[in-house]
Write a protein that binds this ligand. Structure first.
Ligand code: CP3
Length: 337
């Protein structure tokens, strides 16, 4: 079997066309997802391998994307680390967040089979169903996971996280290191179960200054990326909101850098030093506009991405409000560009 377009682009190779998948491609914009979700809570969906595998496959069947991404959530391993996690109408909530050094005693590494066996079982089921379509495993990057552990929800200004860092720098570094170690075990187990690429979502890292990035975020994140690359699968690092410091972000050592929509891909590539592959970066809100605008802007992303080492994606997750016809227009624009 020839290596897929997606895996070749992740390796920085030239491809006949850019492979395409979409962050949050399994989710509420799909009527078939809403139908499954009507019967179960979000966490039950994540924890039931047959259902999690089914919703992972839904966007592949409908649009023929070039890669599938495991259906789960970045808060799932936090529960396995010992923190209670709830999904409410207002988003995720952790009723007992970490606010003081003594709270660190409540988080620990875990055995992935014992703590997150349902995720590994979902991956095994998927590999039996996906055929030639590669499967991406994922987790949150240490900083983003730490913000949930400390804030207890999706924060606005991340002041609890920053206050923790500035008041207790040694414990903050310890927390990031524990999360990075747990994430290494978790993602290595995903690869053993059948994941063929890995993505680290650093969704909120755009809030840290360049200095804090270097002193707090880079060391545990680079160590994690290095250990994950040793499994042999490509590692994608998505540092949302961080293109201003992409020269520093490149020191993480990933195979592929996810780029948000704020900076054109060719400029982002230059800031990364031109060595790694890139993934992105159409503004997801373009999909709320007309088909001709989707076509025009998607074609521009393809042109700026170049012929070598570009994985087409949105610059962040697809919105639940997105019309199906827009995703169809996007896929056909990227395929014919
Ligand atoms: O990409 C995919 O299709 C895989 C599924 C996936 C989900 N969450 C499903 C989900 C992935 C990769 C994630 C990662 C995730 N989770 C991130 C990083 C991605 C990003 O957007 O930057 C973040 C920040 C989270 C935390 C999270 N999960 C929030 C803030 C929320 C509530 C907001 C929202 O979108 O509803 C969730 C819930 C969530 N995760 C849903 C889905 C499909 C919606 C749950 C539902 O069905 O009600």
């Amino acid at each position: 079997m020839p290596p897929s377009l997606f895996l070749r682009a992740c390796r920085g190779e030239a491809t006949e066309r850019a492979p395409i998948w979409v962050m949050r491609q399994a989710g509420r914009y799909l009527p078939e997802y809403r139908q499954v979700r009507a019967g179960v809570s979000f966490l039950e969906l994540c924890k039931t391998p047959q259902l999690a595998a089914e919703v992972t496959l839904q966007p592949i069947r409908r649009f023929g994307f070039d890669a599938a991404i495991l259906f789960s959530d970045l808060l799932v391993p936090l529960e396995a680390m010992g923190l209670e996690v709830q999904f409410t109408e207002q988003g995720p909530r952790l009723p007992q967040p970490l606010r003081a050094p003594a709270d660190l005693g409540r988080v620990s590494r875990f055995d992935p089979e014992a703590g997150t066996g349902f995720v590994l079982e979902t991956i095994r089921l998927l590999r039996g169903e996906l055929g030639d379509t590669p499967l991406i495993g994922f987790a949150g990057a240490p900083f983003t996971v730490a913000t949930y552990a400390i804030e207890g929800k999706t924060a606005k200004n991340f002041i609890e996280t920053k206050a923790f860092f500035y008041r207790h720098p040694a414990e903050a570094r310890r927390l990031l290191a524990v999360i990075a170690e747990a994430t290494r075990d978790y993602l290595t187990a995903q690869v053993r179960a059948g994941a063929q690429a890995l993505q680290l979502f650093d969704s909120w890292v755009g809030v840290v200054s360049a200095d804090d990035w270097e002193s707090y975020v880079l060391p545990p994140t680079a160590a994690l990326v290095g250990e994950l690359r040793a499994t042999g699968v490509p590692v994608i690092y998505f540092a949302n909101g961080a293109t201003t410091i992409f020269d520093r972000v490149a020191r993480v050592g990933a195979d592929v850098y996810g780029v948000d929509w704020r900076l054109p891909l060719d400029e982002a590539r230059a800031r990364l030093g031109g060595k790694a592959a890139v993934q992105g970066n159409l503004d997801p809100s373009v999909l709320l506009g007309p088909a001709d605008e989707i076509q025009r802007r998607a074609t521009d992303v393809v042109r700026r991405g170049g012929k070598r080492g570009h994985v087409f994606n949105l610059g962040h997750g697809i919105y639940p409000e997105t019309p199906i016809a827009s995703v169809e227009a996007l896929v056909s624009a990227v395929r014919s560009a």
